[in-house]
Design a binder for this molecule. Structure first.
Ligand SMILES: [Zn+2]
Ligand SMILES: [Zn+2]
Length: 638
């Protein structure tokens, strides 16, 4: 068959953020779309949009239009099915056509996590409320429409399709896939008939879980990690007579057709079926070309990046806060309310209040009158305050001051100031830190780089470990439960873990004993105290090169798994304080272990999007110091 270029766009595919179900790295996905000559591509991870910001950046970089999307988990009624202890869920593809659609995807992600039951799940009611700007596709055979067909409940399938059509109108599509499964032939036939009868358009999709055809062994690897099997276990699940008793089966896909194909391979190449036979794809060219028409309906959606610094709203008796404090503190600059009219973004109320606090605080920490300050004090404070004013950071300092003073007033142990924040006299005067930067020759510029206008400086606050939850709760009470969230972390398979986990799953034929794998990882060279990548280890260490030659398959698979997120945790220190309710800005994710909603996006993304991150670290040593101090003072330490 002559190679045929098909006009198409991938609207259904996964990245490593579909944890333990996909090994496609985002840059590789986008590059592949580009190599195919596709002008746009979607990312539809399972129940998450964690990878969307990176995907968006990567697409912009490589000049492909990103389609922001997700493959949601759904139930017809999520609350009811939770009450029924029904763990199953269906899949549904939603693609953002415009800004409103993107906002709805974020809101639906949070809703799904509020209704978390073994997975984040939305339902019809959520879709009815948030359908604007979205294109909807029925997803894989686990979609609610295809699944009804699998169960031979054809009326139900039609009812669900009608319901989606009522919600999304002409933005609803029946999705066809062919990954070589027998059942897909039947599903596709029924969907085609439904489409004709009900006047619903159809589109073909690939549902890719790895980029290259050969990557299937890496994908099997991530699944073996997921199900805690080894490659020695036969693929399959459910009762089987042909296996010796006690054989552990390894759940995995029934075919190996889930790579990121181009149109030619999707339509014109034969597929290997679940019975290891060959048959032609049942998808049609017009069905695949519909994907390109859908992409044309989708506009350029940008992920908004701006400073999300909250305003400090707790300034007492605003009418009393005039210009005098600022004039006193920064005499070389004249401030008056007219600055605001001239288009300056400075908030004089916050800035003046900050200056007032500094005047008071100065007298306390230096134990001398404000009018007795030396030239050094004057110059230093003026320099810091000018920078703070210029960068619009007054509110930030007020927020940190508020939190630290509350903690101190509650007798919660607070650290003397860690890192570069100790180089700030403003912080010292506000008692955010306990260190006089003049006395120790600490410089302001290390804390605040005046060139980085608009970016947030970083003040780390240490508190006693057992008091940290109290401090976080205070921040929520003070700045709004709907604006404060802790931050997710992704536990990613690093060099060592990738090699060791692969050694565990690869089985006897190609594997090395686990103890040997443990020893091997000691030969991985370090760079800046971190193990280098597997590729670099092979290139730079003779020992690692020998290992890689002795165990090629292990190394091949480990390199595919390297960098894949394995699980999620919560950042030990970071707390986001947003200027608006997070329903407007960023999605939340349910953390099953800690039983709380945290950000869906990690720290680097939140930082890039301009959110204020407070670092409140709980330190055990501070608990101990606190206990000792109380014991010495003869106080009850509770
Ligand atoms: Zn699916
Ligand atoms: Zn999928």
């Amino acid at each position: 068959m002559k190679y045929q270029k098909i006009d198409m766009t991938h609207l259904h595919l996964h990245s490593t953020f579909s944890e333990l179900d996909c090994i496609s790295k985002i840059p590789d996905i986008v590059k592949r779309a580009k190599d195919y000559g596709h002008t746009s591509i979607a990312l539809t991870d399972h129940g998450t949009i964690a990878g969307v910001p990176q995907f968006h950046n990567e697409c912009r970089k490589q000049g492909v239009k990103p389609i922001l999307a997700s493959e949601f988990y759904m139930q017809a009624d999520a609350n009811q099915s939770k009450a029924d202890k029904n763990r199953t869920n269906h899949h549904l593809i939603l693609l953002a056509m415009d800004d409103e659609g993107w906002t709805n995807i974020k809101k639906l992600t949070t809703k799904a996590n509020e209704k978390f039951y073994y997975a984040p799940r939305i339902d019809y009611k959520d879709l009815e409320e948030h359908s604007n700007g979205l294109i909807c596709m029925t997803a894989c055979l686990k979609g609610i429409v295809p699944w009804s067909i699998v169960k031979e409940k054809y009326d139900e399938a039609a009812e669900h399709a009608a319901r989606f059509k009522r919600i999304f109108g002409d933005r609803f599509y029946l999705e066809l896939q062919d990954g070589g499964l027998d059942i897909q032939i039947k599903i596709n036939d029924v969907l085609r008939r439904m489409a004709e009868k009900m006047g619903i358009p159809i589109v073909a999709a690939q549902d890719a879980h790895y980029v290259n055809r050969d990557d299937v062994e890496g994908h099997e690897g991530i699944w073996a990690i997921r199900t805690r099997n080894t490659f020695d276990d036969p693929i399959g699940y459910g009762p089987r007579d042909d296996l010796p008793e006690g054989t552990r089966q390894r759940p995995y896909y029934s075919t190996r057709e889930y790579w990121l194909k181009d149109g030619h391979h999707m339509l014109n190449e034969s597929l290997t079926t679940e019975n290891d036979e060959q048959r032609m794809s049942t998808l049609r060219q017009s069905e695949l070309e519909e994907s390109s028409k859908i992409a044309d309906r989708i506009g350029d959606v940008f992920i908004e990046k701006r400073m999300h610094l909250p305003k400090y709203e707790f300034i007492p008796d605003v009418s009393q806060v005039g210009c005098s404090a600022a004039d006193e503190c920064v005499p070389q600059a004249h401030y008056h309310p007219g600055d605001v009219e001239k288009g300056k973004t400075v908030d004089l109320t916050s800035f003046n209040y900050l200056c007032e606090l500094i005047m008071k605080g100065f007298e306390k920490v230096y134990e001398r009158s404000w009018f007795d300050r030396t030239n050094e004090h004057r110059e230093r404070l003026a320099r810091e305050l000018l920078d703070i004013k210029d960068a619009g950071l007054a509110d930030y300092f007020l927020i940190v001051w508020d939190i630290v003073s509350w903690a101190r007033s509650m007798d919660i142990p607070v650290g003397p100031g860690r890192g570069s924040a100790a180089g700030s006299m403003v912080s010292f005067c506000l008692s955010i830190t306990d260190v006089d930067p003049l006395e120790y020759g600490l410089i302001w510029e290390r804390f605040y780089n005046a060139g980085r206008k608009g970016s947030l400086a970083d003040i780390d606050v240490d508190v006693g470990k057992r008091f940290r939850p109290l401090v976080v709760q205070y921040i929520k009470d003070r700045f709004g439960e709907d604006r404060v969230a802790q931050i997710v972390t992704f536990n990613t398979l690093g060099t060592k873990a990738a090699l060791k986990d692969t050694a565990k799953i690869i089985g006897k034929k190609d594997g090395m004993p686990y103890e040997d794998a443990n020893v091997m990882t000691r030969f991985i060279p370090l760079k800046h105290n971190q193990p280098v990548s597997i590729k670099e280890a092979i290139e730079t260490s003779d020992r690692m090169k020998e290992y890689s030659e002795q165990y090629p398959r292990l190394f091949r698979i480990a390199q595919k798994l390297e960098g894949c997120p394995k699980s999620r945790g919560i950042h030990a220190a970071g707390v986001i304080i947003s200027d608006e309710p997070f329903s407007e800005g960023f999605p939340l994710r349910w953390n099953t272990k800690e039983k709380m909603l945290v950000t869906e996006w990690d720290m680097s993304v939140m930082d890039e999007l301009g959110y204020l991150k407070m670092d409140v670290l709980g330190l055990k040593t501070m608990d101990v110091l606190w206990d000792i101090e109380k014991a010495i003072n003869g106080e009850d330490n509770g």
